[in-house]
Design a protein around this ligand. Structure first.
Ligand SMILES: [Cu+2]
Length: 230
């Protein structure tokens, strides 16, 4: 079962690349084997009429149709890959994060408006060498944060010092954390449990230990935890 919508988006994209690669690979290698066998050297072989020879201008070999077919197919394949890739990027990094009806009805953390609707929206700050998560109620947590499942979560990521890169491994998303700049990412977690956050930008001697945990909770549990947070 998928753990987040972002995982689904990347898995689908990866699937398209993989299946197209398999189809192209099978066609190319089958054709190659067929041609190698068909045109192999035989005792009776002689060079065809239009074989290039030194000192003779090559004649047209009349393969225009083959060229047209291969160029058309390649263009089609590349168009599919380019369009699906840009569609995925456009979904994950929109100008403004998407809305979610799931955000309704949980009043206490509904403090941030995203295009007319509320979602849990946290400030994430990278430090050498830890992550700080700030909720709309100004409570902060180090190397740990919680969100409700099946809810659009929006993270505004920045850095307090050098370049970091915030990534949630299982969700397959990450973004640079840069001082003086905010990069926004979003996701919908589907499955409760703990997930690993890691820094993906070599940021100093403690970089390797710059690991945090995301705890995805059932909505009601999250509500209780959030309301009791002091
Ligand atoms: Cu770092």
């Amino acid at each position: 079962m998928a753990v987040s919508n972002t995982q689904v988006i990347f898995d689908n994209l990866y699937g398209i690349f993989t299946y197209l690669a398999i189809i192209v690979g099978v066609i190319v290698f089958t054709l190659m084997a067929y041609l190698i066998i068909k045109y192999r050297e035989r005792k009776s072989s002689s060079d065809p009429e239009d074989t290039p020879r030194l000192g003779r201008i090559p004649t047209s070999r009349g393969h225009g149709r083959n060229v047209l077919i291969t160029v058309t197919l390649s263009t089609f394949l590349l168009a599919v890959l380019i369009i699906t890739s840009f569609a995925a990027v456009d979904t994950l990094f929109p100008g403004s994060p998407p809305n979610s009806t799931w955000c309704y009805g949980i009043a206490s953390y509904n403090q941030t408006q995203v295009a007319g609707q509320s979602c849990p929206r946290l400030d994430v700050t990278g430090h050498q060498f830890y992550w700080v998560f700030r909720y709309p109620n100004n409570h902060t947590y180090t190397n740990f944060f919680r969100v409700p499942a099946n809810t659009t979560v929006v993270l505004d990521v920045t850095s307090a010092d050098v370049f970091h890169d915030f990534g949630i491994i299982q969700f397959k998303i990450k973004t640079d954390a840069i001082h003086g700049r905010t990069n926004t990412i979003w996701f919908i977690p589907y499955k409760t449990g703990n997930y690993t956050i890691q820094c993906f930008e070599l940021c100093g001697t403690g970089h390797v230990g710059m690991i945090a945990t995301l705890d995805v909770m059932p909505v009601a549990d999250f509500q209780l935890w959030y309301d009791s947070a002091k």
